[in-house]
Design a protein around this ligand. Structure first.
Ligand SMILES: C[S@@+](CC[C@H](N)C(=O)[O-])C[C@H]1O[C@@H](n2cnc3c(N)ncnc32)[C@H](O)[C@@H]1O
Length: 455
């Protein structure tokens, strides 16, 4: 094209652009689109026209077309911040959160101080169900903008979702803490300060801090939840033990000897016992640790855990576990959908004991393999009543002479709750008889059920 032709072409394009902008301003989006396209066809000010066109078609609800125009712009300017932000917003609108994340990530990479991009990235990560990453971004945002109420709220909301509520009462459970510390101090006295300690499930770092305070020079601890691991690192530092304790944000199953820990550990300490003993996958974790991460003669804290329980009658718990007639209707069919375990708190829930305490399931935490198992036991009934189920709690053997039990008669202030394992329906029982139950485990949960009557 000659210079003269080019000039004519540009002046035509300018006319189209003027018209397009007039239509755009008047709200005639169809004609604005038509004229912007004409300008583009003339190859005139492409980088300026594409955003306008994307805006117009986006406003018309043609989101995919708008994304295509932003893509055209990004072909020319790959780190164009507005294109990345707008394209990300459109991906969110059409429900493609992962693609939105990619756009906002690129925008924050290009300009780390762009708080809008950071905020949008955090929102998109939340929508993409990447809660841990979203929390991390919201936390950075709050560090930059301490008065950003919405970001602060998101930090608290996501933290509450990610970090179980029981961490705080667990940390305030002096009896639990003291029992663990006694066992840790004993182990280090036995194996010496050079013993390598592995603490699986860092939480706040408490057990590692105890080990370091007891003299251990090398403690490695791993925590699978990123925000908990990051917080533990800060706590370890605050308490002046960073030189002895290494906090890794990893699951124990990802630890590798020779990389994460120099050699196999001499002492394993780990408190990953749920109120019903097994739900935090303690068996898989301890078996894996024994196989790969600790010495054959390593001390294991705790070394045994037992689920203990008794038959109970309770008006309150019956209302949580069973249903029959409601407002003159028979809704008993819904009882089959009742939970198979209910957290209770001995001191907060009224219930009457119908048997003495029985060991339901003993777990040897030093064992190499634990298979699913169940057995039938006959429990002597000590009082007449309607058995709603069995209330269960924990007895933990941490070391020679060091035990902990959250027995419902005298434990009201810890992170562990007692658990009701309801039967399918309340069963009448009589003093002097025996009540048959099936107890056992499937490796990650306890089995406690009333045995079917056979004769
Ligand atoms: C019950 S808390 C105990 C925290 C701390 N050890 C204490 O006693 O105060 C267990 C912690 O272990 C973490 N966890 C559980 N299994 C884990 C595993 N296999 N690897 C790493 N962390 C784990 C959980 O996310 C949780 O923060």
């Amino acid at each position: 094209m000659t210079a003269e032709n080019l000039q004519q072409d540009h002046s035509k394009a300018r006319e189209f652009l003027n018209d397009a902008m007039t239509f755009h301003a008047s709200g005639d989006l169809d004609r604005a689109e038509q004229y912007y396209v004409e300008v583009l066809n003339h190859g005139y000010r492409i980088a300026d026209i594409l955003p306008l066109l994307a805006g117009v078609v986006g406003a018309k609800g043609k989101y995919e077309a708008a994304i295509a125009y932003w893509n055209d712009l990004l072909q020319i300017r790959p780190d164009h911040p507005v294109a990345l932000l707008e394209k990300g917003a459109l991906h969110l609108k059409v429900g493609d959160a992962e693609k939105a994340v990619n756009c906002f990530e690129a925008a924050t990479l290009g300009s780390p101080d762009n708080m809008l991009a950071l905020n949008n990235l955090a929102v998109a990560l939340t929508q993409a169900n990447r809660q841990h990453d979203a929390l991390e971004k919201f936390r950075i945002l709050v560090r930059h903008q301490p008065t950003n109420v919405l970001a602060r709220h998101q930090v608290r909301r996501l933290t509450s979702r990610i970090v179980p509520f029981w961490h705080i009462p667990m940390l305030n459970d002096t009896r639990r803490n003291d029992a663990f510390e006694a066992a840790i101090v004993k182990a280090i006295a036995e194996r010496g300060p050079d013993a390598r300690v592995l603490d699986i499930g860092t939480g706040s770092g408490l057990l590692s801090l105890m080990a370091a305070r007891a003299g251990a020079k090398q403690v490695v601890t791993c925590e699978v939840v990123p925000v908990i691991a990051a917080t533990a690192k800060e706590i370890v530092e605050q308490n002046g033990f960073s030189d002895r304790i290494v906090v890794l944000n990893k699951s124990s199953s990802e630890l590798v000897v020779g990389q994460d820990i120099n050699r196999r550990a001499d002492i394993l300490v780990s408190e990953i016992l749920s109120s019903d003993l097994l739900a935090e996958d303690v068996l898989t974790t301890f078996e894996d640790a024994r196989k790969r991460l600790i010495n054959e003669d390593a001390l294991v804290i705790p070394r045994r855990a037992t689920a203990v329980g008794c038959l109970v009658q309770s008006e309150i718990l019956t209302k949580y576990a069973f249903v029959d007639q409601v407002s003159g209707f028979d809704v008993s069919g819904f009882a089959s959908l009742a939970p198979n375990k209910l957290p209770v708190h001995g001191t907060m829930t009224e219930w009457k004991r119908l048997s003495h305490d029985v060991d339901l399931q003993v777990i040897d935490l030093t064992g190499t393999i634990h298979s699913e198992e169940y057995r039938v036991i006959d429990i002597p009934v000590v009082s007449d009543g309607m058995a709603a189920g069995m209330v269960q709690w924990l007895k933990i053997d941490l070391a020679e002479g060091i035990e902990f039990e959250n027995h419902p008669d005298d434990y009201s202030d810890g992170g562990w709750l007692q658990i009701l394992h309801p039967f399918l329906a309340p069963v009448p029982v009589q003093e002097g008889s025996t009540f048959r139950v099936i107890v056992g485990h499937d490796r990650s949960s306890l089995i406690v059920m009333a045995a079917p009557i056979t004769d």
